[in-house]
Every structure is written in C-alpha cells, then in structure tokens.
Design a protein around this ligand. Structure first.
Ligand code: PAF
Length: 280
C-alpha cells in the first residue's frame, strides 16, 4: 500500500517546506494527533484547496493531557494514518516527543481572555496551554501560509486563532466544518472508546444542540434552553460538564442572539468524554 512521505525532524520539515517555497508554492499545515478519520481527511481536503502543498503533522502531544487523561491509551495508528494520507498530502511530519520537547524545554504559551476561559478550561485547566504551545511550535517549525483546524474543537480553534494573532504568527488560521456520522454524531478519534450501548445514545448530543439552536432562534430564553438541554442529556444517560451559549467569535458568555453565537457542549458517556457545538 502507498504511504505518504514522512519526516520526523524539524530540520527535515524545514528543508521540504523551503524547497516548495523556493518554487513559489503555497504551503498548508494540518495539525493532528493521528488516529485519522474522515473528519481529518476533510481538513486535508480543505488544505488542498488552499495551498499547493499540504503537510499533516501527527503528534500525540503529552502536554495537553492531564495526568488522569488518556495520553497513554490515545490511539496511535501511524502506519494506517500514512496510508490514508497517500495521494492526499505531500508530507507527514511525525516528530518524537524528544524532538518537540528537547531536554531542558521550559517555555509555555499562557493564555488570557474569554476564548480560553471556562468551557473546556474549567474541566481541563492545563489543556489549552499545552495546545497553544505545541501549535505555536508547529506553526514556527513549518511556517505554513495557512493552517486548518476542525470546528468540532471550536474553543480550540478560537484559542489558536487568538494566539496566532497575538504572537504575530504569519499563518492564516482556517476553521473547517465538523464531519458527522449519518445519525449526527461528530466524528472523533475518541468515539472508538464507546460501547455499543453508548454509541447508540451518543447522537443525543447533536440532537440536543440542534433542538437548543432551534429554540434560541425561535426567541426562547437562553437560560431555559440550557436547562432543558442539560435535562435532556441527563435523561439520556450523559453526565454533563457544560452546555453554554457563547459569542461565536470571542467566546464571551452571551444571553441573547444579538451577535452570531455558538452553543457548545461537553458531556460524558461512561468513561468517554464527548464535545460538540453548533452555530446559532
Ligand atoms: O486537535 C488536535 O488534534 C490537537 O489538539 C492539535 C491541534 C493537533 C494540537 O495537538
């Protein structure tokens, strides 16, 4: 089976990108943690449409996992991932942890402002510093013209866009729509943890968002919509971490639809934590 060409050092990555740039080509980066599914491939396709060359980074970033999270059991399917990228991307960048975080590594991007406040941050307080640091490094290592991230991790997308603006990183940050199963469940590498029974319940998450968005558009009070959504999820067997209405750009809390808004949810089914969001 064909496999995408792969480099695992910053030097190898920079040489490849420099040769494309030298030829006047535009370069796109799609940062991933591997375990690639159709959702990731849709990001690669988006990147393809925006650039001449596409690099996909595959790096399970330890610094964005808390000690109690699934870093060690996060799915690692590199050979499969390389086969899926054959013909779709020019290069996979697969650094080892020591390449990304050499001995003595001591610098972290810290975040302030509404994008990184609350929601995921309330439940995973070290997560976004880890994400922002690794993404800043990836953007500086690859120096792409554009970088594509999924809207499924909507808060992550907004944190990264803010960080790139604040640090004058030159890559344009692009968000691409969530890809869903036929029953509405957002594709996620973590869906594979769901038992059959949990998998059958999981689409309730998206249905609750759709229902909430419809009620908000119909003028219902945001507090009432959130409470009804939380109740519906709890009744379906979810433990709800949050269901919240936020400004679609800044992610500041909002209670009406005066500006474009986003309804975001995180909820656990058994040991698996699922997140999703919808434009309102
Ligand atoms: O969304 C992800 O897979 C990761 O958080 C990212 C952006 C690749 C950073 O490790």
């Amino acid at each position: 089976m064909d496999r995408v060409a792969t480099v695992d050092t910053v030097k190898g990555l920079r040489e490849a990108v420099a040769s494309w740039r030298g030829a006047g080509e535009r370069v796109a980066l799609v940062p991933t943690m591997g375990a690639l599914h159709v959702g990731h491939l849709s990001l690669v396709e988006r990147a393809r449409a925006l650039a001449d060359r596409v690099v996909v980074s595959i790096f399970v970033n330890p610094t964005q996992f808390a000690p109690n999270e699934d870093f060690s059991k996060y799915p690692r399917t590199l050979d499969d991932d390389r086969a899926k990228l054959a013909g779709l991307a020019e290069l996979a960048y697969t650094p080892l942890v020591e390449e990304m975080y050499p001995p003595g590594f001591a610098t972290t991007v810290s975040l302030a402002g509404p994008a990184a406040a609350g929601l995921e941050d309330a439940f995973r307080p070290t997560h976004f510093a880890g994400v922002a640091t690794v993404v800043a490094k990836l953007l500086l290592q690859a120096l792409p013209d554009v970088a594509v991230f999924g809207e499924k991790d909507y808060q992550q997308l907004k944190v990264i866009a803010r960080m790139a603006r604040d640090l004058d990183l030159t890559a344009e940050i692009i968000g691409a729509p969530t890809v869903r199963e036929a029953d509405g469940l957002a594709l996620s590498s973590r869906n594979r943890y769901l038992s059959d029974e949990e998998r059958a319940l999981a689409p309730t998450l998206h249905r609750t968002l759709q229902d909430g968005a419809a009620r908000l558009r119909a003028g219902e009070d945001a507090g009432a919509v959130v409470t009804a959504g939380e109740d519906a999820l709890a009744a379906a067997g979810f433990a709800v971490d949050y269901l919240a209405l936020r400004d679609a750009e800044t992610l500041a809390p909002v209670s009406d639809l005066a500006a474009p808004a986003r309804l975001l949810v995180a909820a656990r089914l058994g040991a698996t934590r699922l997140i999703d969001n919808i434009a309102v």
